[in-house]
Design a protein around this ligand. Structure first.
Ligand SMILES: Nc1ncnc2c1ncn2[C@@H]1O[C@H](COP(=O)(O)OP(=O)(O)OP(=O)(O)O)[C@@H](O)[C@H]1O
Ligand SMILES: [Mg+2]
Length: 579
């Protein structure tokens, strides 16, 4: 007897939905894209309980008549393409005809829609089939999705905290709003306004609406065009880099995507300037003829494939490098530097800062005492140090050759200092500094105010998406507060998704708190480390080596990379073929 049977349609749809609808933000993405494709000029998104309870997307686009409204929920039902050739001349975000079918398979839906000046349709769907359909008055389309994953409990269990799911929803709306500046976007969560972006005249204006003026002023803008490819870039000046990959946006033909070619092109431009843990902020708006890019690579349409990958890479890398170079020439380092050396420092080496503003690179006086008695054999006059580039130093110790990455070593020392601190000595700012962030970043920081306070970072709500910083720990004096808060908020929002290796004294805390502390301490240590500043002198290096020896894991930085590489006499003998 035959053992193979075709699955019933509702099960096919449920399986297919798994690829498209991962979390509440995926529903928001599909619905917003449909609203954009319908020619809307205003799109409103409302969510309750991070989208678990309700997601509503309302638009003022073309709407649907009754027959289309019913058909829209069938799998492979679309008005956007009709033959294979259309796949390579796409002018819409949707084309697979499965967005609504996927949503309908895992939620309860009510839809209200009407074509202009006609009677509208109200329709409700549960478990993929129409339960009720009626005439009603309507303009545009409003689609309400309730009880996400009510019939797929396994999926529901994989959802993260409300804060994390709200973060993904905000990120989705942000990306759509950036890609379409002329459309008015609003996002409300549990009745509170999260984003309001009125119709904007340019990408720059839209970025400003969402991220604030100070943020946009730190970006360098340029455009480039070649062989039918066009790129409009906003990238961070070297002084505005981050320690996380937040605020990196790529759009291809107004579609938010993840694209390794464009990402690598941007990183290539910063290659000489940034270290491995530093990341630029960038917005890349790239356009190319629809025939030269394949958007049908992944069910979520988050990836594309270019016909001319190397042309794309070159156009973007060159444009980004040119604008960084021009910025370095415009902003020499100030007194004492010729513009040529400024350029070398700025572009060729690391982010500059006037020397007077440097925080003391290594240990504070009280911390020096703490390590003074350890490893007495380490005294500066007994250690000839050989500096290799601006990252490594080599020295010998008990018949071993050691090459140390002093940034990584310093991060390890500072990381443990943050982890072990009960109350860090704070430096009160003479002029408390106001920092503008996105709303969900502000909430993440304010929710963790007490934790940050223990590290000497005193913050308060300053309204209108701003935080006021009143004090910072001595270790962080002189760091750029905007990028510090941004990175800390990024770590808070993402920490539930990115576990940090458990290896230290905070393991006794309940797991989520311990993880949060570790990931924040790693961020703070990164900001407090010597990266981007002058090489430590021999005295400070000796101190660093002593402090590192006292840490719980001297071999690795908080991100797990080596702090030092040791070559024993035996290894050397083998290398020289003496044994
Ligand atoms: N907000 C809307 N306004 C007008 N028509 C809509 C709206 N949402 C959906 N539709 C219609 O319903 C159809 C099905 O939508 P669905 O999202 O399932 O597929 P699609 O957008 O065509 O392709 P994809 O699966 O790639 O999103 C669309 O092609 C469109 O004709
Ligand atoms: Mg769609």
């Amino acid at each position: 007897m035959s053992q193979i049977a075709v699955l019933p349609v509702h099960l096919q749809n449920k399986i297919a939905a798994g690829e498209v609808i991962e979390r509440p933000a995926s529903v928001v993405k599909e619905l917003i894209e449909n609203a954009i494709d319908a020619g809307s000029t205003a799109i409103a998104v409302d969510v309750e309980k991070a989208g678990r309870k309700l997601i509503r997307v309302s638009d003022n686009g073309t709407g649907m008549d009754r027959a289309d409204a019913e058909r829209a929920f069938d799998r492979y039902a679309t008005s956007k393409i009709s033959n294979e050739a259309d796949l390579f001349s796409l002018h819409t975000l949707g084309f697979r005809g499965e967005g609504l079918a996927a949503i309908a398979a895992v939620t309860r839906i009510s839809l209200v829609t009407a074509r202009q000046n006609t009677t509208g349709t109200a329709l409700s769907i549960a478990g993929g089939s129409v339960e009720d359909i009626r005439d009603c008055a309507a303009a545009g389309t409003s689609l309400e999705v309730r009880d996400l994953f009510y019939n797929t409990p396994a999926r529901r269990k994989f959802l993260k905290s409300d804060a994390t799911e709200n973060y993904h929803i905000t990120d989705t709306v942000t990306r759509a709003a950036l890609a379409h500046p002329s459309i008015r976007f609003t996002l409300r969560a549990d009745g509170g306004e999260i984003m309001l972006a009125p119709s904007a005249a340019s990408y720059r204006e839209r970025i400003m609406q969402i991220f604030g003026k100070e943020f946009v002023d730190g970006l360098l803008e340029t455009t480039a065009e070649s062989a039918g490819l066009h790129a409009h870039l906003f990238i961070s000046a070297v002084s505005m880099v981050r320690t996380t990959r937040t605020n990196q946006y790529i759009f291809v033909n107004n579609r938010p995507v993840k694209d390794p070619t464009i990402q690598q092109a941007i990183y290539r431009a910063y290659e000489e300037v940034l270290s491995r843990d530093q990341h630029p902020v960038y917005f890349v708006f790239f356009t190319v003829d629809a025939a030269r890019v394949d958007c049908n690579v992944h069910p979520t349409k988050r990836e594309v494939r270019f016909q001319d990958t190397s042309l794309v890479f070159r156009l973007i890398a060159d444009a980004a490098r040119r604008v960084l170079l021009a910025d370095a020439i415009r902003h020499p380092l100030g007194p004492g530097h010729s513009s040529e050396s400024a350029l070398h420092y700025h572009i060729g080496v690391k982010a500059p800062m006037p020397t007077e503003q440097y925080p003391p690179p290594f240990l504070q006086p009280d911390q020096r005492d703490m390590v003074a008695e350890a490893s007495p054999e380490y005294t500066p006059d007994r250690l000839p140090f050989i500096y290799l580039g601006d990252t490594f130093v080599a020295f010998s110790d008990k018949a071993e050759l050691i090459v140390m990455d002093y940034h990584a070593a310093h991060e390890r020392v500072n990381y443990e200092r943050f982890l072990d601190a009960v109350q860090m000595p704070a430096h009160r700012l003479l002029f408390p500094q106001q920092v503008q962030l996105q709303r969900h970043e502000c909430s993440a920081l304010l929710e963790n105010k007490a934790l940050l306070h223990a590290w000497g970072i005193e913050i308060d709500d300053f309204g209108d998406r701003s935080i006021i910083v009143r004090s910072v720990p001595d270790l962080l004096q002189g760091t750029d507060l905007a990028s510090l808060l941004h990175d800390v908020a990024g770590a808070l929002l993402l920490q539930s998704e990115e576990p940090v290796a458990a290896e230290d004294g905070v393991s006794a805390l309940p797991e989520p708190l311990a993880r949060k502390k570790r990931s924040l301490a790693a961020q703070l240590a990164c900001h407090a480390s010597v990266r981007g500043r002058e090489a430590p002198d021999a005295y400070r290096l000796a101190q660093l080596i002593r402090s590192l020896a006292l840490t719980r894991d001297a071999a690795r930085c908080p991100h797990g990379r080596p702090t030092q590489i040791r070559m024993t006499m035996e290894t050397l003998r083998k290398m020289f073929r003496k044994i």
